[in-house]
Design a protein around this ligand. Structure first.
Ligand SMILES: [Zn+2]
Length: 306
């Protein structure tokens, strides 16, 4: 594990302190809210600056923690986290009563939520990727927790997951950081080498102008819906392992790589608290790919069979 000079606390200790401070900020009275908010945000940015830039050799826990702090050190994300906490705390206080619960929001790699008694309080743990819950979701959530209606809760989360791609992008952001550092740059699959796919795609579609992402890797498992992803904050590009087959044409890989590199080229636009990855500009450029139609057709036809 890499030594860290400016941060003397362990990630677990910092996470614990941050949880407490973020919750305090979220439940602060209006008149002191702004001051607390800026104070907490500055704290996060300070931690972010002291994180190691080279993450090689760090444990998964550190990687997850780093990704979380980097995520929060963007003002839009931080505000979203705070808004979400504030809503939830409001509804939980109405349903369970003040001081009757502990709310913790985490950058889990797989778990979405957990609820259990802790002494005479209820410990509620949620994944950061649930940040896009609406006011109504929060209300339903709090009501389900109060009445111990766990199937309602499950239903609510399933509906939330089905509603959009934002939560998915966010949960991928944390999943990808779990890449085992020793395997992270293993681009060679059974049939395709992503290093070559990247270089060819870069030459063909971008005139060689795109810098190689820090990490290019195959997804750990075959995925039937997501063909690839690009993590803007971490500069990690992932391609679905299901495409590493001899019956998948090279133009399909070129197109999927092109889509993900477009994300790198264009970045994420924000409008309010919404993060826009697939803007109108993005879609137009995507359609200009020479194999756009047949690649899309292939994916639609074969995704389930990969
Ligand atoms: Zn995309």
């Amino acid at each position: 594990m890499t030594e860290r000079k400016s941060v003397s606390l362990s990630p677990a200790q910092i996470t614990e302190q941050l949880q407490a401070i973020l919750n305090k900020t979220a439940s602060a009275e209006n008149y002191q809210l702004e001051r607390e908010t800026v104070k907490t945000y500055n704290l996060i940015v300070n931690i972010e600056q002291s994180l190691p830039k080279d993450e090689k050799g760090l444990s998964n826990y550190y990687l997850l923690f780093n990704a979380w702090i980097r995520w929060l050190s963007d003002w839009n994300n931080y505000s979203l986290n705070l808004l979400h906490r504030r809503r939830l705390i409001g509804h939980l206080e109405l349903q369970l009563g003040k001081g009757k619960f502990i709310l913790e929001i985490y950058p889990y790699s797989s778990k979405l939520y957990g609820i259990k008694p802790e002494g005479w309080k209820t410990l509620i743990q949620l994944h950061e990727a649930l940040d896009y819950m609406t006011e109504y979701d929060c209300k339903r959530f709090a009501a389900s927790v109060k009445r111990h209606r766990w199937s309602d809760l499950k239903q609510l989360i399933a509906e939330y997951q089905g509603r959009g791609s934002q939560w998915k992008e966010l949960s991928l952001h944390f999943q990808q950081t779990k890449v085992n550092p020793t395997h992270e740059n293993q681009t060679r699959g059974r049939y395709y080498d992503l290093e070559k796919v990247f270089s060819a795609c870069n030459q063909r579609n971008f005139g060689g102008k795109i810098a190689r992402p820090k990490v290019i890797h195959w997804s750990p498992r075959v995925n039937h819906s997501t063909m690839g992803s690009y993590n803007v904050n971490e500069d990690i590009l992932m391609i679905n392992r299901g495409l590493d087959r001899p019956d998948v044409p090279a133009y399909v890989l070129d197109f999927v790589m092109y889509h993900e590199l477009l994300h790198k080229a264009l970045g994420i636009k924000t409008s309010g608290s919404r993060r826009m990855a697939h803007t109108k500009e993005f879609r137009e450029l995507e359609q200009s790919h020479p194999d756009y139609e047949r690649a899309q057709a292939f994916i639609q036809k074969n995704a389930k069979r990969l």
